[in-house]
Write a protein that binds this ligand. Structure first.
Ligand code: HH2
Length: 333
């Protein structure tokens, strides 16, 4: 299927019009924009596309996806681009996990391998040693917040799931480790498929697309099919256009404007923009930790477009912004 028309989100002023947008309470659309620029009334879209664009998504790890959810990032790496080394010691990681939950993180995304541009792969044993005892300790300490393991590797995912992780976030969309799909299928857990072009080591060496929105669509569609062929239930999948993964500034902006296109899969959308380089470039802010206002601005724009999960470092800032956004949408806390 080539990429379908993109629903145009409505700011909720006046009487409710059109169809619900991706099952987000208060969000609607009455028109969609076709790939060739034509406007199509929501009522004139094919019924199956109408359904995919507007249906409520299945709950994620027990969280209803009728509002954007906050995924707090916990990198237990020495070299992540914005917080590398901050939580490499176990005690610091445990404290950070608790702080993220206290600030309002609804899912924790724990990663033991940096995928920043230029990063080299981490050996499996090393990644397991960074991530898995931390998951076990968090569960032993009674933490009940859902945990996502951010890994491309089957063995890391298997070990983390065995210790109580609830989902897998794969920045290679099953393109790195052929066994990961089977681990996820067997465990029956949710899986985020993120688009990346190339591997972290060389992905920012002049990435090229003729139509980035369509190419990201096509790759995600192929990976959804591959996941299903491996026995993963489609209802367990999330998709993510992979901001900054083999994309230059213009590619990132094009994708951020086109986010509603990806509602055409009928799946939850996850987005990770927090502190990323394009924010520093546009706002002229060199230090990743100083990019919070820009990160929150993009998160809100994404929420407005019906994104279901926002992957962020700065949880309390994002939560405050989302609470105001919900109030403006006429929705209760
Ligand atoms: N971005 C990063 C890592 N994992 N997962 C998804 N689904 N989407 C993303 O955009 C995404 C991701 C990179 O950010 P970070 O974890 O902060 O840095 P690093 O890879 O250097 O650890």
């Amino acid at each position: 299927m080539s990429r379908p028309p993109a629903p145009l989100p409505l700011w909720p002023i006046g009487p409710e019009r059109g169809l619900p947008l991706a099952g987000i309470a208060g969000a609607r659309f009455s028109e969609a924009l076709g790939a060739d620029g034509q406007l199509i009334a929501a009522a004139d879209l094919a019924p199956d596309l109408q359904g995919r664009l507007s249906a409520r998504r299945p709950d994620l790890c027990g969280l209803p996806l009728d509002r954007p959810r906050i995924m707090g990032i916990l990198n237990v790496t020495p070299d992540s681009f914005s917080d590398g080394g901050d939580h490499a010691r176990r005690a610091d990681a445990l404290a950070r996990a608790r702080a993220l939950v206290a600030e309002g993180a609804e899912i924790l995304d724990i990663g033991g391998e940096s995928t920043r541009p230029g990063a080299q792969a981490v050996p499996v044993a090393e990644e397991i040693a960074r991530v898995v005892p931390l998951v076990a300790e968090l569960r032993a300490a009674g933490l009940s917040t859902p945990i996502s393991v951010d890994t491309r590797k089957a063995e890391v995912a298997r070990a983390a799931l065995a210790e109580g992780a609830d989902m897998v976030n794969d920045v290679s969309a099953l393109g790195y480790d052929p066994d990961l799909a089977h681990v996820v299928a067997e465990a029956g857990v949710p899986l985020c498929l993120m688009h990346a072009k190339g591997s972290p080591a060389e992905m920012q060496d002049a990435p090229r697309y003729s139509d980035v929105t369509a190419e990201v669509w096509d790759m995600l569609e192929a990976r959804i099919r591959a996941a299903q062929a491996a026995g993963i239930d489609r209802a367990k999948l999330l998709v993510d256009p992979g901001i900054g993964f083999g994309k230059d500034l213009q590619h990132n902006l094009t994708l951020l404007r086109a986010l509603p296109v990806y509602h055409g899969f009928g799946l939850p959308l996850l987005l990770g923009v927090s502190r990323k380089r394009f924010i520093g470039t546009i706002a002229d802010v060199a230090a990743p930790k100083d990019r919070v206002p820009g990160s929150v601005a993009v998160a809100l724009a994404a929420a407005q477009q019906g994104v279901h999960v926002l992957r962020v470092h700065d949880v309390s800032d994002t939560r405050q912004a989302l609470r105001l956004h919900r109030a403006m949408m006429g929705q209760d806390e």
